[in-house]
Design a protein around this ligand. Structure first.
Ligand SMILES: NC(=O)c1ccc[n+]([C@@H]2O[C@H](COP(=O)([O-])OP(=O)(O)OC[C@H]3O[C@@H](n4cnc5c(N)ncnc54)[C@H](O)[C@@H]3O)[C@@H](O)[C@H]2O)c1
Length: 255
C-alpha cells in the first residue's frame, strides 16, 4: 500500500475539478482524476508538485466504469482516503420548467446525482474495509453541490433538483459513515468562472457588478479548491455533514 494518502476527484480534467486535484497534490496527496474528457493536463500539473497523478477515463453514470475505476485505484495505490464528487453538468439548454423535457432531466440527474450516489456507495464500502487495517487515518467524502441546491431557477429545474439531491445525499452518507470515522461534507459553490458559466458571462458580470453577491467578484476554481483541501486535511473532523458556502456571500439575506 502507498504511504501517501490518495484522493479521487471526478470531473478533474478541467475547471473546478482540476483546481481541486492540483490543490490536493500541493497538500501532499496523490491524486486520481476521473473524467470523460482527457485528464492528462491535470496529471502533469499534479506531478509538477512532486506528487503522483493518475488519469482514468470513464463516465460517472456507468456502473462498469465506476467499478473499474475503484479496482484500478486499488491496484495502483492500494488505498483511497478522499473522494471528491465534483463531475457535473448544466442542462444543454435552459428551458422553462413548463416545457423542459424528460431527456435533459434524466441526463442531469444521472450525472449530478445518481452516478455520484452510487460511486459514494462503492467507495464508502471500500473505505469501511480499509478502516479495519488503517487505525485512525482520516478519510472523507466531499460533494460539490451548488447554490442551486436551495435557489429556484425556473429555467434549469433539473439542475436545481439534482443539487438539492446532492445536499440530502451528503446528510445520508454523513449519518451512515460517522461510525466508521469517515467525514462527509458539502461544498456549495456560487458563481465560479469556468467553462460551465462561460456562456452566461455577460449576464453574471452585470449582476455581480450590481451587487448580486456581497463580495463583488466572480468566484475562482481556486476558491473551491482551498475549501476542499481544508476538509481533506482534516481541519474539520468534528463537523461531519457540514455545508460550506463558497459563494461570495450569496446565501446571506440582507435587509
Ligand atoms: N461553475 C460554477 O459556477 C458552478 C457553480 C456551482 C456548482 N458548480 C459545480 O461544480 C462542479 C464542476 O463544475 P465546473 O464549473 O468545473 O464545470 P466544467 O464543465 O468546467 O467541468 C466539469 C467536468 O466534469 C466532467 N464530466 C462531465 N460529465 C461527466 C461524466 N458523466 N463522468 C465524468 N466526468 C464528467 C467534464 O468532462 C469536465 O471535465 C459541477 O458539479 C458543477 O455543477 C459549478
Amino acid at each position: 500500500m502507498s504511504q501517501v494518502p490518495v484522493a479521487l476527484v471526478t470531473g478533474g480534467a478541467r475547471g473546478i475539478g482540476a483546481a481541486i486535484a492540483i490543490e490536493l497534490a500541493r497538500n501532499g496527496l496523490d491524486v486520481v482524476v476521473f473524467d470523460v474528457a482527457d485528464g492528462s493536463a491535470t496529471v502533469a500539473a499534479i506531478e509538477s508538485t512532486g506528487r503522483r497523478g493518475l488519469s482514468i477515463a470513464g463516465d460517472v453514470t456507468s456502473a462498469a466504469d465506476r467499478a473499474a475505476l475503484l479496482a484500478r485505484i486499488e491496484q495502483a495505490f492500494g488505498r483511497l482516503d478522499v473522494l471528491v464528487n465534483n463531475a457535473g453538468v448544466a442542462p444543454k439548454v435552459r428551458a422553462d420548467i413548463l416545457e423542459a423535457g424528460e431527456e435533459s432531466f434524466d441526463r442531469v440527474m444521472g450525472i449530478n446525482l445518481k452516478g455520484p450516489y452510487f460511486l459514494t456507495q462503492a467507495a464508502a464500502n471500500w473505505m469501511i474495509r480499509q478502516r479495519k487495517t488503517r487505525g485512525g487515518d482520516w478519510m472523507c467524502i466531499v460533494n460539490i453541490s451548488s447554490m442551486s441546491a436551495y435557489t429556484a431557477s425556473v429555467s434549469r429545474g433539473e439542475y436545481c433538483l439534482s443539487k438539492a439531491g446532492v445536499s440530502m445525499a451528503t446528510k445520508l452518507w454523513a449519518a451512515r459513515l460517522a461510525e466508521f470515522g469517515i467525514g462527509v461534507y458539502e461544498i456549495r459553490p456560487g458563481i465560479i468562472a469556468t467553462d460551465m458559466t462561460a456562456a452566461v458571462k455577460d449576464k453574471y458580470d452585470k449582476m455581480i457588478a450590481e451587487g448580486l453577491t456581497p463580495i463583488r467578484r466572480w468566484g475562482q476554481p481556486a476558491d473551491i479548491a482551498r475549501a476542499v483541501a481544508s476538509v481533506a486535511r482534516g481541519d474539520m473532523k468534528f463537523s461531519t455533514a457540514q455545508v460550506i458556502d463558497v459563494d461570495g456571500g450569496f446565501h446571506l439575506r440582507t435587509l
